[in-house]
Write a protein that binds this ligand. Sequence first.
Ligand SMILES: Nc1nc2c(ncn2[C@@H]2O[C@H](COP(=O)(O)OP(=O)(O)OP(=O)(O)O)[C@@H](O)[C@H]2O)c(=O)[nH]1
Ligand SMILES: O=C([O-])CC(=O)C(=O)O
Ligand SMILES: [Mn+2]
Length: 595
Amino acid sequence: MASKLEALEHWVNEVAALTRPARIHWCDGSDAEYQALVQQMLQTGTLIELNQQTHPGCYLHRSNPSDVARVEHLTFVCHPDEQDAGPNNHWMAPAEAHAKIDALFDGCMVGRTMYVIPYCMGPIDSPLARCGVEITDSPYVVANMRIMTRMGAAAQARIEREGTFIKGLHSTGELDPERRFIMHFPAELSIKSYGSGYGGNALLGKKCHALRIASHQARSEGWLAEHMLIVGIENPQGETHYIAAAFPSACGKTNLSMLIPPEGYLRDGWKVWTIGDDICWMRPGADGRLYAINPEAGFFGVAPGTSGSTNHNALTSISHDTIFTNVAVTADNQPWWEGLPGTPAIDWQGRPFDPANGPAAHPNSRFTVSAKQCPTWSEMAEAAQGVPISAIVFGGRRPSLLPLVMEARDWTHGVLMGAAMGSETTAAATGTVGVLRRDSMAMKPFCGYHYGDYFAHWLSFDQPGAKLPKVFHVNWFRKGANGKFLWPGFGDNLRVLEWMINRVEDRVDGVETPIGILPGDGELKVDGLRLDPAQLDALLDVDNAGWQAELAAIGEYLQTFVPHLPERLREEQQRVARALDAADDAQPRQEATAH
Ligand SMILES: Nc1nc2c(ncn2[C@@H]2O[C@H](COP(=O)(O)OP(=O)(O)OP(=O)(O)O)[C@@H](O)[C@H]2O)c(=O)[nH]1
Ligand SMILES: O=C([O-])CC(=O)C(=O)O
Ligand SMILES: [Mn+2]
């Protein structure tokens, strides 16, 4: 029988014939290999050594200024049938896409080394994990993949055993925005990415494999591939609840996944355990609960705003053996970004810092670090079966309307809450920042198939015998009349998670409103917070007229997925809209419009 490795070798040869590299290097994932790559990149200037006294093993990479974020307009999902991509994706016919991008790959590695990176997304022995191989000409990508995935010999052994893997082909190309594409071929289980070295476009195990391709696989195999953090909350009695939360890019996943409990909670013995900060794969277990793994092995986190007061655990994690991308440096060569104490000397483009040029660190500057370096890293992140999920949380940046927290009355309502998610855009993707856009389940840029079918897939988990998590929606970003955030956020978000767990455990009742269940009087613990009662009222206020308009907008949005939109979701939207109308009728007019 032909060795299962033959399929891999055949593909590698095919790619080499197209790209014509000078050498082929099969990555083994060893420390020696990583160190050798770093030395080579220091010599070529791809990496810059940072202050090794304060930051041992830390390096800086400055990317091309035109290549600093994901490029959604150049990202395509190439299903054979356009219908399967949906209005939520850019689509190109597979044959046309291959022809277009193969023309760019033709001879692109002449004189260069081609790296073959076998990797595993998820614990190497987990039945939920999946393998892939990325071929790239970028040593920076190899180094990042080593941190972000289980890369090398063990992954290759699993591929040899299973015979299946996702094929990912990447070249940095000329970094010409006119010659840049990120193409996905879900039916062929393959990815081709050309012309960008940026994380989300080039580390193919992450968004391309673990979300776009995996979401497509998950649909046919009965599981979910989601843009979610996974965090364990251990109460003083030693019971741990695992929570999965979907927020759009740069909306607080990394922060929530490693939050530090407020003073009083720490004293009482609350603990937080990090399982993942960006991606979650989950499937029903034999007991009917959803079990989740984090397919990644590292964090590719947003640097700006990360500080000792907002995210001390992240700051500790990145004090050594970290690759920084597009941050600024201080006069003594330490990494620096907005939110840190001290002053920058050199900006992210290598120029002497001048405020006239904008922020010193790029707003989407990032750190790449092994998850093992995080003080709250959980050993359960290695559990082959994953962790049972007690609650699913959706959330976004909403300056108004959306309350601090609300609970869905059931799974269908929860799916509507996820589908209706909206958020202000951030610097994680190129384009305008700060405009509201719908981002269902935080998957707008990552769902590898038609959103209507995706909503139906979510609804399909509601089956006899299923013990589904409760679903919540949060908003850390509601603003007061003064334009400031009403909620302190960060560590204090644990107060909201505690309320959720109390709801899961049936220890508090909440109050029913047309939009969902909100915390009842005194149920949200705000002692020790400098929060006046009016502020808390504003955070939990339900503006009926505003919500009527919101439900109408949600209805219009859902309509764009017809005929793939599940009828059950439309009916749910109508149910909530009717509940709001009824509440309106029951209220004196001036009260409903008083806000
Ligand atoms: N006001 C406020 N800001 C927050 C909170 N949590 C995070 N942020 C800020 O939001 C930004 C992004 O946070 P991250 O945790 O890195 O976001 P993310 O969702 O992991 O982002 P991606 O890696 O792009 O998927 C940072 O500037 C944080 O400081 C919060 O609770 N309140
Ligand atoms: O994909 C990336 O480049 C970084 C990330 O986590 C996101 O944007 O959600
Ligand atoms: Mn992300």
